[in-house]
Design a protein around this ligand. Structure first.
Ligand code: PLP
Length: 398
């Protein structure tokens, strides 16, 4: 694959003024076909779907539903299994607020490595209801998973790839454990869907949440993918226009899913933009992206070992995406990111990455620095990053 041709598709990477963008776990850059798809909605058919009968509305509806089908196909789900949400956070909140628990179910199992967006909705749910929240600490220990997931477990909530280290548990085994115990499983795919091939059907997971903006799409659009049968069991979440078949003053009948969950005018441009992002990812190939990121992370491991006074979090061999998290001994992480930005416009992230329990568990309660790479990053950029990091380490440690 020609990296220069790929980079030419991203206006933010235009030659002459390009940053070294290593903050992809936060949000990705957008290729021109995504920007064009969004513009084309606003320029040429900016109606609303599922309501009006005129030709503009019909075109919006057609494009919106085509987008749903294309995105569903990308994760190997059925079109009607995809609910559009604002982002991963809203998708997970939808499950937390809509799920109905059987009387014999007493706990939810999650992990210490979750993003706040996966952890807090269930923390709040458990506070409100008489349900325990059990936390797995060693995500690679099937022993710990099997001790925590029992016949009393209603739901397992786990990331596929976490945003602090780029690692993740064995989803197949955990899904089996959940189903053997008659529990459901919700997978936070915010960091996995953009970086690895996702197969909702084959993996037999019950709910999958992800965001458009981390996978080349626009902000403000995400998805909850849910097995068809389960969707009908969920209570409505955000109700209003577009969600009902009939609303009388004393009786309401909701539409079938996914429309039952899509209250109000939707982010059509967002869904259409995300569909264009999926087209772009398919053109590049998820297999290529995974393999390329493996090469980037192997080079990262080699270069990181040459720098003194680095504290590196996580094992390189466990990584499923190109996320490198570190501290310089005795140096405040924000100082490092600011200096990298000033030196060569290198964009990294510092702090606890919206995963404070995870960072405390990893021994970095005051945060760390995260460089997260994607398929448009280059080995030359890595070289500049490590050269600067060496200077930063020497300068800030005196
Ligand atoms: N889950 C993980 C693993 C994430 O990395 C993120 C964002 O960084 C989220 C959930 C939340 O995503 P969003 O802010 O798009 O809802």
């Amino acid at each position: 694959m020609n990296i220069e041709a790929i980079r030419a598709d991203f206006p933010m990477l235009a030659k002459g003024n390009a940053p070294i963008y290593f903050d992809n776990a936060c949000t990705s850059l957008k290729p021109i076909n995504v920007i064009d798809a969004i513009n084309s909605y606003y320029y040429t058919y900016s109606g609303c779907s599922g309501r009006s009968m005129h030709h503009i509305a019909k075109k919006t509806e057609e494009r919106f539903e085509l987008a749903r089908g294309n995105i569903a196909n990308f994760v190997n789900a059925r079109q009607e299994e995809v609910i559009f949400t604002k982002n991963t956070t809203e998708a997970i909140n939808l499950v937390a607020n809509s799920i109905v628990f059987q009387a014999d179910k007493k706990n939810i199992v999650t992990t210490i490595m979750e993003h706040h967006s996966a952890y807090l909705p269930f923390y709040e749910l458990c506070k409100r209801r008489r349900i325990e929240l059990d936390t797995v600490h060693d995500i690679n220990s099937l022993k710990e998973w099997s001790q925590k997931i029992t016949k009393e477990t209603a739901l397992v909530v786990t990331h596929a790839i976490n945003n602090t280290l780029g690692t993740g548990p064995d989803l197949k085994e955990i899904t089996n454990l959940a189903h053997q115990n008659n529990a459901l499983i919700l997978v936070d795919g915010a960091q996995s869907v953009p970086h690895a091939l996702t197969n909702f059907k084959r993996n037999d997971i019950d709910f999958l949440a992800f965001s458009g903006h981390k996978m080349l799409g626009p902000t403000g659009i995400g998805c909850l993918v849910s097995k068809t049968g389960l969707m009908e069991d969920l209570n409505p979440f955000i109700v209003g226009g577009g969600t009902i078949e009939e609303a009388k003053s004393d009786k309401v009948k909701y539409l079938n899913a996914p429309h039952k969950f899509e209250g109000g005018i939707q982010n059509y441009a967002g869904a259409i933009g995300l569909s264009a992002a999926v087209d772009y990812l398919k053109k590049i190939g998820m297999g290529y992206i995974e393999a390329y990121e493996k090469r980037l992370i192997a080079e990262t491991e080699k270069r990181a070992s040459e720098i003194d006074n680095l504290i590196i979090y996580g094992n390189f061999e466990d990584k499923k995406s190109a996320i490198f998290t570190f501290n310089i001994k005795d140096v405040e992480p924000h100082q490092v990111t600011i200096m990298l930005d000033k030196m060569k416009k290198i964009c990294t992230r510092s702090g606890v990455f919206c995963a404070q329990p995870a960072m405390e568990f990893l021994g970095a309660p005051n945060g760390a620095v995260r460089a997260s790479l994607y398929f448009y990053n280059t080995f030359e950029e890595l070289d500049i990053f490590f050269n600067c990091l060496e200077t930063v380490a020497k300068t800030l440690r005196g």
